[in-house]
Each structure stands twice: as C-alpha cells, then as structure tokens.
Design a protein around this ligand. Structure first.
Ligand SMILES: [Zn+2]
Length: 76
C-alpha cells in the first residue's frame, strides 16, 4: 500500500499514513489527532523538488533566445 501525507483541516495535524487507494478516495482515513476525516492531501517530498524545479525554470531571462529544447521560451 502506498503512503500518503495528509493535513487535517480541523486541527491542522499533518500525518503520514499507509492506506489503500480506496480508503483515500472514500475519505475513510481518520485524523490521528481529532478523528476528523476532512483531510487535505499534502506533498511533503514533492514540494521540495517542485520548488527547486521552479527556481531552475525561472532562471532564464524572459528575453532568452537560446532555443534550447528544454528552454521554456523555446516553444513554437
Ligand atoms: Zn484532526
């Protein structure tokens, strides 16, 4: 079973839980802090890579004419 990171919207407890996809989809996972099931999915590990990737993507200036394949300004 995969692990998921959740944040409880009632008490803001962030926790990691191993659950089936069905349990996740049907909100069957209770908050360990208050027992509530209104949870917000958080991406603890993914956020780190997204931040670093975004920093990399915004590195070239808007006037970039490098035309490299990975350049965000090279589309079209
Ligand atoms: Zn809670």
């Amino acid at each position: 079973m995969p692990f998921y990171d959740f944040k409880c919207r009632r008490c803001d407890t962030v926790f990691n839980v191993q659950a089936t996809i069905e349990e996740k989809e049907k909100n069957l996972i209770p908050c360990p802090g208050c027992g509530g099931r209104v949870l917000e999915r958080v991406y603890t590990k993914a956020n780190i890579s997204l931040v670093s990737r975004k920093a990399y993507m915004t590195e070239p200036s808007p006037a970039c004419k490098c035309c490299k394949r990975d350049c965000p300004n090279a589309q079209g």
